[in-house]
Design a protein around this ligand. Structure first.
Ligand code: DGY
Length: 322
């Protein structure tokens, strides 16, 4: 295939090998931090690229598309594609694709790890030890919360939510409540699982975990009002997209014991932290690493390249988002 693409940052060798096998030439950005829009535009203007492999940190909008009018496909190396201006895409003859199904296991395991970090107070204990504060066994030290018997509320029950439900139900005997735009037959077959409204989940769950995409309708779904409807003893977990949570409201809720704790892997102003978040002891923070497994990254690279190949061959990506 006599084509050339631009890859905004390094992707695993599995994807590059596939490109070479297909005879697709590529240039690849070398920055370790997300390139700015200006840098992406500068790189795209250098050649008449036929396609682009982009990252969730790359804004794909009018200016970027205009910088490379020859590109017929932008294949996102991620499941989420909230970095893409879909209204702009609709006006153009281009494909946008993502990598669904590549990280469900990894993200689900990370989600459960965050829940356990909160209920066992693992991070607080680790910090206490490192600071040399441990003076001997104390029956009142860092009293945690049992996971067993807790009601888990999943807001969004796609592949990731389903994996989380299975780990918690079969591993901890949790009752699962879920809200989703569709009925989830696999979850419905798990004993005790009930589909509820998002409002009911917020009111009834001991641990609320977010597994929905960022859309205009989900932006700040978790805000001052919704937090105030949660149990005072509840935990909130976000491994989806930062802006689903109004973090200023979350800081206030955590400070004022409106809920007991939270864990975030994604941030409203990523990579910046909302003021006050890092000062709280009842929150666990990880740097958007829920899907960071080599197996997931390899699969993401392979699928992104397959989407490029399919779009260049047939005008349609395998995982077309639009
Ligand atoms: C995704 O794929 O959308 C994750 O957020 C990053 O792996």
């Amino acid at each position: 295939m006599d084509k050339q693409i631009y890859i905004t940052r390094k992707i695993p060798e599995t994807g590059l090998k596939l490109l070479r096998e297909k005879g697709i030439k590529f240039d690849m950005g070398t920055s370790k931090v997300p390139p700015t829009k200006k840098e992406i535009i500068k790189a795209l203007k250098k050649k008449k690229y036929d396609g682009v492999i982009s990252f969730l940190t790359d804004p794909l909008d009018k200016e970027v598309f205009d910088a490379c009018p020859t590109a017929k496909v932008f294949a996102n190396f991620s499941v989420g594609y909230n970095n893409v201006d879909l209204d702009e895409v609709k006006k153009r003859n281009i494909c946008i694709s993502n990598t669904p199904g590549t990280s469900a296991t990894a993200v689900a395991e990370h989600t459960v790890a965050l829940m356990l970090a909160l209920t066992t107070r693992l991070v607080e204990g680790d910090e206490f030890m490192r600071k040399g504060k441990y003076k001997g066994w104390d029956p009142e030290l860092f009293i945690g919360t049992d996971m067993k018997g807790k009601v888990i509320g999943l807001i969004g029950a796609g592949q990731i939510g389903t994996e989380v439900a299975k780990i918690l139900h079969y591993g901890f005997g949790s009752q699962i409540l879920y809200s989703d735009i569709s009925q989830n037959v696999e979850l419905d077959n798990i004993e005790g699982t009930i589909r509820k409204t998002t409002e009911e989940i917020l009111r009834e769950a001991d641990i609320v975990s977010l597994h929905i995409p960022l859309l205009p309708t989900t932006h700040h779904l978790i805000n001052k009002e919704s937090l105030s409807t949660m149990k005072k003893t509840a935990f909130l977990i976000n491994t989806s997209r930062g802006s689903i949570v109004n973090e200023k409201a979350l800081v206030e809720a955590l400070k004022n014991d409106i809920i007991r704790g939270a864990a975030l892997d994604v941030f409203e102003f990523e990579p910046k932290l909302t003021k006050g978040l890092s000062k709280l002891s009842n929150i666990v923070l990880t740097p958007h690493i829920a899907s960071a497994r080599q197996s997931a990254r390899d699969m993401m690279a392979e699928i992104a390249v397959k989407n490029i190949v399919s779009a260049l061959e047939s005008g349609k990506a395998i995982n077309n988002c639009y």
